[in-house]
Design a protein around this ligand. Structure first.
Ligand code: PMP
Ligand code: GLN
Length: 387
């Protein structure tokens, strides 16, 4: 077996969801919403299944979906993308794999920012890339020019950036993105920008894509996911957007990974982007209310949480809450002792983990959040002796 995979465990999201299913725990671990998603988009998928072709769609995606993605980003992010610059993939996960396989040659250095989404490092290593790790520091969790310069080497070809950031729930600011863009231009680095959380942003904020910064149009792969935009995480419809010279290479990798993605789901996502954009903002407002409900409930239990500006996630700050356990031990206790599943932030590190934060998914019905809070309220007094 390839040593990269031989050394790898099962992803923490699968592990925690499986354990939550087996034990009946309230699952605030893996990030997926409780709700059914947008009814008209579901109906469009059902109708397309019986009324349209179920044979291979074009390898680069249905023309209607590629157009809808380009139009969507023009409306929401002032980007000027042609449909030919959009490649439909089976989720953002496939887009990440295709981009990394297409752009990394063995020995190339790849900049990765910790905490990092767990798929990045194995994909880079499998492609023969040499990871160069940057570590964000609390409480700001910001990328600086000095960090980028310190990590860059003579063979640095690629930067993998996740914004908004899973698991932190932070969204990078204008100046921070400008610093990153200037660095990429100065070092001739391509940015693979995982922006799956671009529409799950709160408090009136607006997502800023790195691709829109000076000099980045020709050197950015922008990755998106309908699973996040329409809160349908099982659909695995995603895309990568890039200028033609890059897109050509990406398509070569994509054609031998999945080649294509179920046509009815592509139709439905095209329909959703073109005609049901209003749902997206309403959903974000709902997630924001859920964020506040969970944060308030946890505060009432004496648990300090990090602020979430984006994503489905906030974290319990164990150290600030006076709990002298690390994140993995606390997650074990929470699952076994309280019946609530969470994700230890240390799972997002390849080295020197931050280990005092536990990620919880708030994208749930009120009743689910309230049940998790009730269970914690019952169990927490039993934890007192460990404080
Ligand atoms: N990147 C990040 C940062 C994610 O959080 C996720 C899933 N939550 C993905 C990629 C994968 O997206 P998809 O389900 O579309 O493959
Ligand atoms: N991205 C999701 C999360 O952070 C998990 C996706 C997966 O399980 N592959 O919870």
């Amino acid at each position: 077996m390839n040593p990269v995979y031989a050394a790898l465990g099962t992803t923490i999201f699968e592990e925690m969801s499986a354990r939550a299913r087996a034990s009946g725990a309230v699952n605030l671990g893996q990030g997926f919403p409780d709700g059914p998603g947008p009814e008209p988009v579901l109906r469009a998928a059902a109708a397309a299944l019986t009324e349209r072709s179920n044979q291979y769609p074009p390898m680069l995606g249905l023309a209607e979906l590629r157009q809808a993605v380009a139009d969507h980003y023009r409306r929401h992010q002032d980007l000027d993308l042609a449909p030919e610059e959009v490649i439909v993939t089976s989720g953002a996960t496939e887009a990440l794999a295709a981009a990394i396989l297409a752009l990394v040659t063995p020995g190339d250095e790849v900049l990765l920012i910790q905490p990092l989404y767990d798929a990045y490092l194995p994909l880079v290593e499998r492609a023969g890339g040499v990871p160069r790790l940057i570590r964000l520091e609390p409480p700001e969790w910001q990328v600086s020019e000095a960090m980028l310069e310190a990590a860059a080497g003579p063979r640095t070809r690629l930067l993998i950036l996740n914004n908004p950031v899973n698991p932190l729930g932070t969204a990078m600011g204008e100046e921070e993105l400008a610093v990153i863009a200037r660095f990429c231009v100065a070092h001739d680095v391509i940015a693979v920008c995982d922006e799956v959380w671009e529409h799950v942003v709160f408090d009136g904020a607006r997502h800023r894509p790195l691709l829109g910064f000076p000099g980045m149009r020709e050197r950015t792969v922008k990755i998106g996911s309908a699973g996040k935009i329409f809160a349908l995480t099982g659909w695995k419809v995603g895309w990568m957007c890039a200028a033609p010279a890059l897109a050509r290479g990406l398509s070569r990798a994509h054609q031998f990974l999945t080649f294509t993605t179920p046509p009815n789901l592509q139709w439905a996502v095209a329909e959703g982007l073109a005609h049901h954009g209003g749902w997206i903002e309403a959903a974000s407002a709902g997630f924001q209310r859920s964020r506040d409900r969970l944060a308030k409930g946890l505060a009432g239990l004496g648990l300090v949480t990090t602020h979430s500006a984006a994503t489905y996630f906030l974290s319990i700050d164990l150290a600030a809450s006076g709990i002298a356990m690390d994140d993995r031990a606390f997650c074990e206790w929470m699952l076994e002792g309280a019946g609530v599943a969470g994700i230890p932030i240390s799972a997002f590190y390849a080295e020197a983990p931050v280990a005092h934060l536990v990620r919880l998914c708030f994208a749930k019905e009120d009743a689910t959040l309230d049940e998790a809070l009730r269970r914690l309220a019952v169990a927490l007094p039993r934890l007192e002796d460990r404080r």
